[in-house]
Ligand binder design. Structure first.
Ligand code: TYM
Length: 335
């Protein structure tokens, strides 16, 4: 039997992934490449919504791709590619835009948050149609599962609705995908504002742990993470969101269940605990940073790796689009 298919994407909108991207998404992508037919992409079309300069987009796309390989994605076992290398994404996005209601797109909380930040009427149409392009990314590959963090739940719901609607209107065309979300790491929070998710658009860089950051600043940020009143290292979402976030991080990295960590740090105060969390993070990120730097040192090889992924992706995308074009009623091209 064919292996189930997974697909996911990450935006090249920062100079590094952060710990939330890694624990909430990329780590699962690596694990799933052994059991699944895996497609992972750097979504450069989505990145245009925030208007990077051309050199910036090129640099960040390569940095993102290099990090994916450095984190453990294997070009032999997964298809790792850049979204713009597969033209069908934009083509399917238009067709899906025509299936989407204004109200439905306007309800997306990420759109509402981002457009509120941009200021009244300053948000671009790209931001509005962003989740529909994301639906196209997923449906193009007939993905069964989409490994993401909790912030993508609503976009996945829209994707499912669009797939079902399209299948009803035009006949069976798309696999209806489901989100693959690991509860324990679905929302890693900001070190300075532990009720908000860690995010590249966060107000203070002190709250974000970047994968490519040097050990010194990483340690400092963990030691200065906002903690809660009291001195017990115990998980308590309500009263101790800061400590709970650090426990979650430590548990995910070391594979030690939270109750075991609580027992280990009982009576020791926050200092010892934070020091060990910092070390776990430094140990995790250091080899990834070194491998990323090495990969970025040979752009031709990196581009070659991405070309392998794009070729595999194109084959699947072309097959889906052929079906979509016929099902919506586009005339076949003669000759
Ligand atoms: P992006 O680039 O914002 O984030 C990449 C992945 O990281 C997850 N993530 C987090 N998980 C846990 N805690 C956090 N603090 C945290 N911050 C980010 C995100 O949930 C995501 O899985 N719209 C997508 C990109 C995309 C996509 C797709 C994803 C485009 N097309 C198709 C899946 C399938 C995004 O903005 O990712």
């Amino acid at each position: 039997m064919a292996r189930p298919r997974v697909l996911s994407g990450i935006q090249p909108t920062a100079d590094s992934f952060h710990l939330g991207n890694y624990l909430g998404a990329v780590r699962q992508w690596i694990a799933l490449q052994d059991s699944h037919d895996a497609f992972y992409m750097v979504v450069d079309l989505h990145a245009l919504t925030v208007h990077p300069s051309a050199p910036e987009l090129r640099r960040r796309s390569r940095v993102a791709a290099a990090q994916l390989f450095a984190c453990g994605l294997d070009p032999e076992r997964s298809s790792v590619f850049v979204q713009s290398h597969v033209r069908e994404h934009s083509e399917l996005a238009w067709i899906l835009i025509c299936q989407t209601g204004m109200g439905e797109a306007g309800r997306m909380t990420q759109f509402k948050d981002k457009s509120a930040k941009a200021g009244e009427n300053a948000a671009g149409v790209g931001l509005f149609t962003y989740p529909i392009l994301q639906a196209a990314d997923i449906l193009l590959y007939q993905a069964d599962q989409v490994p993401v963090g909790a912030d993508q739940k609503q976009h996945l719901e829209l994707t499912r609705d669009l797939a079902q609607r399209f299948n009803t209107r035009y006949g069976p065309t798309f696999t209806v995908p489901s989100a693959f979300i690991l509860k324990e790491v679905e929302k890693i929070t900001d070190l300075q504002d532990p009720t908000a998710k860690m995010s590249k658009s966060s107000s203070s860089p002190q709250g974000i742990l970047d994968v490519l950051e040097q050990p010194g600043p990483l340690r400092k940020k963990v030691m200065r993470a906002v903690t809660d009143t009291g001195s017990e290292v115990v998980a308590d979402e309500e009263n101790k969101p800061g400590i709970t976030n650090l426990l979650r991080i430590q548990s995910a990295i070391t594979g030690t269940p939270i109750p075991e960590l609580e027992a280990r740090y009982a009576g020791q105060g926050y200092g010892t605990f934070k020091k060990e969390v910092a070390e776990a993070i430094v140990e995790l990120f250091e080899p990834i940073r070194e491998r990323t730097e090495k990969l970025l040192g040979d752009e031709a090889e990196l581009d070659r790796m991405l070309a392998i992924g794009a070729a595999k992706a194109r084959a699947v995308a072309a097959e889906t689009m052929e079906k979509v074009r016929a099902n919506v009623g586009f005339l076949p091209t003669a000759g």
